[in-house]
Design a protein. Sequence first.
Length: 339
Amino acid sequence: MIQNLKMALLSLGLFLLSITVRAQPPFDDNRPVTPVDYNNLDYWAAHPDKKDNADRIPGTEFLAKNNLKADVFFIHPTIYSEKDDKLPWNPNIDDLELNKKVDEGTILFQASAFNAAGRIFAPRYRQAHLRSYSTTDTASAKKAFALAYADVRNAFEHYLRYYNHGRPFIIASHSQGTTHAGPLIREFIDGKDLERKLVAAYLIGLPVPKTYFKSIRPCESAHDLNCSISWRTFKRDYLPENRPLGDSILVTNPLNWTMDTTYVSKSQNKGAVLRNFDKILPKRVDAQIHNGILWANKPRFPWSFLLRRKNYHIADINFYYGNIRENAKHRVSEFFERN
């Protein structure tokens, strides 16, 4: 009797375990994939021909875009992250709820940091689900990223064909956006004629090796052009596990725009933009490069005592919003002075 009870409990336990850790379905190769028509402005989260949140300036009205002489191609991070095993690896491009999150989140709080530098082009794309970065089903993850990149590539080609007209441009990205921005630059810009029009590439939120590009070098100052910038932000004295570290990784200090490991005080911070987009918080966040990442002391802001995490990834751009805004505008001015 006792042995039967043990077997029953074991069977029940295995059944419950199978429910809680059931495998995610693999990437569906038979799912119809239609190329996104980027002639349709609905498939741009930000575009010069529409009014969108990339045109916002904290505490003011929308930006007038008429006199901007450069462009910014912005690739947003992962928003598709719900914990639901039944979700496909890539969302539908017409997912209204997801698109709203993109527009009210990353386009408002990240892409807008570049709007003083140029017209913002930010495509909607069928981003890979967040689980693609951690799943053991690497084959499905690779296909999910490939689909996402195909959309980004398609959008960039559309931008070049119909809107660039020889204008200088910035590539800006965060997190998954950087996953796609790197290959995009390699394919279209690095060592090619288009490199001469690249003001700078702000590849934020993921590790980028200093030697990732053949021709495009890391930016070494606030004035360099045709170069790349990157950082990942963590709490001071914390070294993340299972993440690339070391001097081979490109890290730019967004408070002085060098790769120097010297500590830079928060007094040099032009302003963070956090939960309240219309409230600029100056002199709140410091920065220092250490071992392939950017260290920052825990900033003080309303309700900051609730901030327990040591990975500040979500605020890579927001912590240094004012400095990014100023620097991107300055590099564009430098470009026109030299050309």
